[in-house]
Design a protein around this ligand. Structure first.
Ligand SMILES: Nc1ncnc2c1ncn2[C@@H]1O[C@H](COP(=O)(O)OP(=O)(O)OP(=O)(O)O)[C@@H](O)[C@H]1O
Length: 255
């Protein structure tokens, strides 16, 4: 699989051109260029405050940029709201799962299928069942979402996002707060989602989980790309080790 531009027409599935966003005087995403090919799994790393979640928000249309463009399958989505980007094929999960706690697991996913994919009720029900199976939640379909343990709330985030039948799925620290065993279980589900043809962009601090899925990493700091490439190469970059891992290379060399 090519890493950058291998859709049939040679157009990347997602292309960011000089994307920028400031909050007051703070430039949180700073002239970012990025291409993601259809079928790719891309990981995004960076220290706290590097602009990762803001980047997700800009791609999903939750906030507008101050400059630059978001192109999806060659179409300029920059001015479109989140709902229309969802219909175009972009879905996301949130760092803190936000289910409708008073609805059942099935109802939560049904909402995603009806409003996200614009499906009629019959098709939406079938789609909801399919994504609950895909995310390992089918046997919990009738439980109240508010009563689910954390791993299942994460699974429900995935299911809600998948209910809109996305081509591109944005994962924002989906493994955060899970035990090692739970991370392992979630990884299998994420791998299967990717294998089904969904393109992934995954932000994650748990790097070993990330590199078990993605073939390319982008490291961000101060809203800019520090480096990108094969995960091992990126993790071995002195700039990444210093910035992201908090390793003081001078101290290490002196030890
Ligand atoms: N709505 C907002 N208003 C003002 N400042 C904001 C807003 N959203 C984010 N920021 C600031 O932008 C910077 C980047 O935040 P962002 O959440 O994108 O970083 P992050 O890389 O996702 O961090 P983390 O790894 O901690 O989740 C931070 O300094 C944050 O305080």
């Amino acid at each position: 699989m090519g890493l950058v531009a291998d859709t049939a027409a040679g157009v990347p599935l997602l292309e960011l051109r000089a994307l920028s966003r400031s909050f007051g005087a703070l430039r949180v995403v700073d002239g970012l260029d990025l291409q993601v090919a259809e079928g790719e799994a891309l990981g995004v790393i960076g220290p706290n405050g590097a602009g990762k979640t803001t980047l997700m928000n800009l791609i999903a249309g939750d906030i507008p940029p101050n400059g630059g463009q978001v192109l999806f399958a060659g179409r300029d989505l920059t001015g479109l709201p989140a709902q229309e980007r969802c219909r175009a094929g972009i879905a996301r999960t949130y760092q803190v799962p936000q289910p409708f706690g008073g609805l059942t697991v099935f109802e939560n996913v049904l909402v995603g299928a009806i409003f996200g994919a614009g499906a009629g009720e019959k098709a939406a029900r079938a789609q909801a069942r399919q994504v609950l199976e895909q995310t390992g939640l089918l046997d919990k379909a009738d439980r109240l979402a508010g009563a689910l343990p954390l791993l299942d709330r994460k699974r429900l985030e995935l299911a809600r996002a998948l209910a809109s039948r996305p081509r591109l799925l944005l994962l924002d620290e989906i493994a955060g707060g899970l035990t090692e065993q739970e991370v392992h279980a979630l990884l299998q589900t994420i791998r299967a989602i990717h294998a089904s043809g969904v393109t992934l962009i995954w932000i994650e601090h748990i790097v070993h989980a990330l590199v078990a899925v993605v073939a390319r990493l982008v490291a961000l700091d101060f809203g800019r790309k520090v480096t990108e490439g094969a995960p091992q190469d990126v993790m071995n970059e002195p700039a990444v080790r210093e910035i992201y891992m908090g390793i003081d290379l001078a101290e290490e060399a002196a030890a």
